[in-house]
Design a protein around this ligand. Structure first.
Ligand SMILES: [Zn+2]
Length: 155
């Protein structure tokens, strides 16, 4: 009787784990598809010959933004590919820097995370300028602001 309960519990645990992994895989593949499918940014990159200098400036600014977006996207695709590979190798979910498990909360938000929150914050404090840029962008949307960020700065 006891053994049956134990077995059922274990089976449920294993099922949940498998479901988690396959849902992560599905999410990663979907995101990858979305990133590869959007060609709009690539079109924006084509520099047009515009007669008006003001239009030309605007076009260059748009191009700059498009290049940044492409850069961000190719890095994201690279991270997603790495995450999919780690799912296959059963090393998914551990930090590439310290080897500690990445929290499932973090993986829920960013399934392609390569680093745990502490290591990511460490790296961001080294690359101070882009981190500040990101924080400013995030604070424009209060729903993106997480209390964990404040807690980390405090400690
Ligand atoms: Zn780490």
């Amino acid at each position: 009787m006891k053994a049956d309960i134990w077995r059922d519990t274990m089976a449920t645990k294993i099922n949940t784990l498998t479901a988690n992994i396959s849902s992560r895989k599905a999410m990663l593949e979907l995101k990858r598809e979305q990133l590869l499918g959007t060609s709009r940014d690539r079109e924006e990159i084509l520099i047009e010959t515009l007669p008006d200098p003001a239009d030309r400036v605007k076009s260059l600014t748009d191009c700059d933004i498009a290049v940044q977006r492409l850069d961000h996207r190719s890095r994201l695709i690279h991270d997603i590919d790495a995450a999919l590979e780690k799912l296959q190798n059963h090393t998914y979910g551990s930090c590439e820097r310290c080897g500690q498990p990445i929290s499932s909360k973090r993986l829920d938000a960013l399934p392609w995370s390569r680093l745990c929150f502490a290591c990511q914050s460490d790296i961001e404090s080294i690359e101070r300028v882009p981190a500040l840029h990101f924080k400013r962008a995030a604070s424009a949307h209060p729903k993106n602001a997480t209390p964990s960020g404040a807690a980390l700065r405090g400690g």
